[in-house]
Design a protein around this ligand. Structure first.
Ligand SMILES: CC(C)(COP(=O)(O)OP(=O)(O)OC[C@H]1O[C@@H](n2cnc3c(N)ncnc32)[C@H](O)[C@@H]1OP(=O)(O)O)[C@@H](O)C(=O)NCCC(=O)NCCS
Length: 165
């Protein structure tokens, strides 16, 4: 997407990424989940230090538009994407697509053969559009409330330019 810059997460991004996470859930995902589900997924009380440590350790990448953090994602060593969130103010402008393209190329560069995600009801069409297929429906329980999401997987094509052993 034109005008979006990707860069590695820094400690200064903690508050902005947490804000994107909360708005994306409370506004965008609230179409698909009940207020009770939204309240346990994006609680009012968040330990920001714990959030910052987790983001820094997850290989988080942020998308910046006009100097503001508009979205973020990550990539685990095993190809698991823990988070993919875009601020509702920047929805449907291709920001998540740009983040995912980065993740795909990083994963292929590391020799990973697949990406996996626990996709929300809201994110399922996005991941499906990008080649992920549903393997199973999940019903995680948080704070005593049952949520719904989907195990989705995308098989990666190896990089043809990579050196073969
Ligand atoms: C899912 C999410 C990250 C998508 O971010 P985005 O930047 O708006 O996505 P993009 O603009 O890159 O979308 C690309 C394509 O995905 C599909 N898509 C994205 N959101 C969609 C939706 N709500 N419904 C149907 N298709 C959707 C469309 O095909 C879209 O292309 P189009 O806009 O040309 O039709 C964002 O909606 C979000 O943060 N949702 C709430 C939080 C959440 O559930 N995160 C995922 C946790 S696993």
């Amino acid at each position: 997407m034109a005008g979006v810059e990707l860069r590695a997460y820094t400690d200064d991004d903690a508050a902005a990424t947490l804000g994107v996470f909360q708005r994306a859930i409370r506004e965008t995902a609230s179409r698909d989940y009940t207020p009770e589900q939204i309240a346990v997924w994006a609680p009012e009380e968040v330990d920001t230090d714990r959030w910052a440590v987790r983001r820094a350790g997850a290989g988080t990448v942020v998308a910046v538009v006009d100097g503001a953090v508009a979205g973020f994602t990550d990539l685990g060593e095993d190809g698991y994407i823990d988070m993919m969130f875009v601020d509702p103010a920047y929805a449907r402008r291709g920001i998540a697509t740009t983040l995912l393209e980065h993740v795909v190329s990083a994963a292929v560069g590391r020799g990973l053969t697949q990406l996996t995600v626990h996709a929300s009801l809201t994110a399922k069409p996005f991941f499906a559009r990008h080649g992920f297929v549903v393997e199973a429906q999940r019903f995680p329980v948080r704070g005593g409330v049952r949520l719904t999401n989907f195990d989705m997987r995308r098989v990666l094509e190896p990089d043809p330019m990579a050196e073969r052993p």
